[in-house]
Design a binder for this molecule. Structure first.
Ligand code: ADP
Length: 345
């Protein structure tokens, strides 16, 4: 008996895209089904073709169709990328993480974004740190409100822009005094909107300033988005490196395996103004190197303790915008090393 399209559709409903918690038919991923005798060709749309789920779903489609329609059929699965997917124009999503607050994660994310932009890349920064969204202040856009426009019948957010960098923050939607009351799911919904209901356009890098530690947003990002890699920010103290190690391991679970691209050691040392050739390692030395060794990743760079970092951050102008400062140089090296690490993936 000839195979009917509906039989194929019914069988494909058994194939689940686990990260999206639904089957590939109801997720509208089936673009085309063609049947010629015992030859079945299924074209499946993925947001990104280098998603590890592509291989898993490919195998599952072949296995399920054979199980349901007979071992003698020939299945040809064609995965295609979604040209119009919300983040289709973003080449590299980089998550900046830390184990606990106050280590300089947001400062590092902001300066990394500036440094990548200065090297000629198109850059966006997304502030997902629901407990302390500080990116709008660092970029001087704290009074801004992103516009909402309609695209293909759907409302989309337009990121604000400063210094040539596109900026969105969870802080545009939540007042600081409310942040602590936000349920995980509310923050998660806001995060998803910032990621996919926004018009990021074409970007070489989307830097995400993640909340510290591990939580819902971290898991959502890891499971549902195609992140190129994770940058760890820590201070040199043992407690800080132990915390960031814990946060990083979430991205290295068996089924996720998102690359850890390296460590930024912040507040590494202090150079007194009156003794510029002296370095004081106030928070100690060695713990970040030990962590790097243990995880098999590099230290991308070390940032000194520098009062100007806070001052410029508070004035809405990340220090990396100022040519020639030691911090600017450190971040230029960090962004270069980061590019090398990405190229090696
Ligand atoms: P996190 O995002 O980890 O909570 P922030 O980036 O907000 O941390 O930094 C916390 C505070 O420390 C801010 O006031 C920031 O300006 C300051 N800071 C960060 N890095 C440095 C540094 N290298 N030298 C001096 N102050 C710093």
């Amino acid at each position: 008996m000839a195979i009917k399209k509906q039989q194929v559709v019914d069988a494909l409903k058994q194939v689940i895209f686990f990260a999206k918690k639904d089957n590939i038919v109801d997720l509208h991923m089936i673009q085309d089904i063609s049947i010629k005798g015992k030859e079945i060709k299924v074209t499946i749309v993925f947001e990104k073709l280098d998603d590890p789920a592509v291989g898993i779903i490919y195998n599952s489609v072949v296995k399920t169709l054979k199980k349901e329609l007979g071992d003698d059929i020939n299945v040809d699965v064609k995965p295609v990328g979604d040209e119009n997917g919300p983040l289709a124009g973003v080449k590299n999503i980089i998550a900046v993480i830390s184990g606990k607050g106050g280590v300089g994660k947001s400062t590092a994310a902001a300066n990394l974004a500036v440094s990548l932009a200065k090297s000629g890349s198109k850059v966006g920064i997304l502030d997902a740190d629901v407990l302390g969204p500080s990116i709008p202040i660092m970029f001087g856009v704290e009074d801004g409100q992103p516009n909402v426009v309609e695209k293909k019948g759907k409302p989309v957010l337009l990121p604000l822009e400063n210094y040539g960098i596109k900026i969105l923050s969870i802080g545009f939607f939540v007042k600081p005094e409310q942040a602590l009351m936000w349920r995980g799911s509310m923050a998660n919904n806001a995060f998803n909107q910032l990621m996919t209901d926004s018009d990021w356009g074409e970007l070489d890098y989307l830097v995400i300033d993640m909340p510290p530690g591990t939580g819902d947003i971290q898991l959502t990002l890891a499971q549902n988005y195609n992140i190129r890699g994770v940058v760890l920010v820590t201070t040199p103290q043992k407690v800080a490196t132990a915390d960031v190690r814990r946060a990083a391991m979430m991205y290295r679970q068996e089924k996720l395996t998102i690359p850890l691209l390296g460590i930024i050691e912040n507040m590494s040392y202090f150079i007194p103004e009156d003794a510029p050739d002296k370095k004081y390692y106030i928070f100690g030395q060695g713990a970040s190197d030990q962590l790097a060794n243990e995880l098999g990743i590099k230290i991308l760079g070390r940032i000194p303790i520098e009062a100007k970092i806070s001052e410029t951050g508070d004035k809405g102008m990340p220090l990396s915008l100022v040519d020639g400062s030691p911090v600017t140089k450190a971040f230029a090296e960090i962004s270069q090393k980061l590019k090398e690490e990405i190229a090696r993936l």
